[in-house]
Design a protein around this ligand. Structure first.
Ligand SMILES: C[S@@+](CC[C@H](N)C(=O)[O-])C[C@H]1O[C@@H](n2cnc3c(N)ncnc32)[C@H](O)[C@@H]1O
Length: 243
């Protein structure tokens, strides 16, 4: 599977692991002092490990054993106690209301049935669901050329071929409704259809800080994206401080 093959190189892409301090501050403001949180599609554990550092009781779930193994190693190195579990976002192996909150970052585009997954997040969460994602907003010819050139250089730098299949094969991409990204409105609609109250927080500022810290070749492949967090709340009383 793609993600098992990607697990060793995933953390080498700076966009996946940059700015842990920025994310820590953001997540600190987002959650009450101690919560039981499920991080779906946790990958190599970037968000799970920060949440654990902040004192939350965290379960990280992913469909890729390889990605989970990397996350487990990182948790060990940092002396953090996170329970990592193999599983499918679209059929979560947990009872209703098992967690205070569910979070996912950069997961939605990978799913063949994102609405099914979102309904699972709502089912297992007592209070709220946080979805962090984005969508490419510049597909001009110039950007596409620049991106190809950037990917060529990154392929050499990371020693993997980003030009052939950037992520999945064409056949798989066609099965993914949000390959290329999801908009905040689409996430809001999915959560509101399930009866949650929502708010959207623009996270483009995180990408702007990140851009400044990227090595030059990654800047070349950089694409302008909407980047956001949608919070869906089941019980409005638990809506945490404003960010
Ligand atoms: C782009 S990575 C994001 C990883 C991590 N959330 C982060 O922010 O760095 C997408 C992750 O979703 C996982 N994934 C894809 N489909 C999944 C599914 N159906 N159920 C659970 N995890 C899934 C992949 O294995 C991969 O680790």
């Amino acid at each position: 599977m793609y993600w098992d093959g990607r697990c060793k190189s995933y953390d080498k892409s700076p966009g996946h692991v940059l700015l842990p301090d920025v994310w820590r501050e953001f997540l600190r403001k987002l959650f009450d002092d101690k919560m039981k949180i499920l991080d779906v599609g946790c990958g190599t554990g970037f968000i799970s490990l920060i949440l654990a550092e902040l004192g939350h009781d965290v379960v990280g779930l992913d469909i890729s054993r390889g990605m989970l193994n990397v996350a487990i190693e990182k948790a060990k190195e940092r002396g953090l106690n996170v329970h990592f579990k193999l599983g499918d976002a679209e059929n979560l192996p947990f009872k209703d209301n098992s967690f205070d909150a569910v979070i996912c970052r950069h997961l939605i585009w990978t799913l063949p049935n994102p609405r099914k997954a979102i309904s699972e997040f709502v089912r297992v969460s007592k209070y709220k669901v946080i979805i962090i994602d984005g969508k490419c907003i510049d597909n001009s010819i110039l950007t596409r050329i620049r991106r190809k050139l950037g990917r060529l250089l990154i392929s050499i730098y990371e020693r993997r071929n980003l030009l052939k299949n950037y992520h999945y094969s064409k056949e798989i991409n066609e099965m993914l409704p949000f390959y290329g990204g999801v908009s905040a409105n689409e996430v809001v609609k999915a959560l509101e259809d399930l009866g949650l109250k929502t708010r959207v927080i623009d996270l483009k500022w995180i990408r702007e800080i990140m851009y400044k810290q990227l090595p030059k070749i990654y800047r070349l492949a950089w694409v302008s994206r909407d980047y956001f967090m949608v919070e869906g709340v089941k019980s409005p009383n638990r809506l945490k401080r404003d960010i």
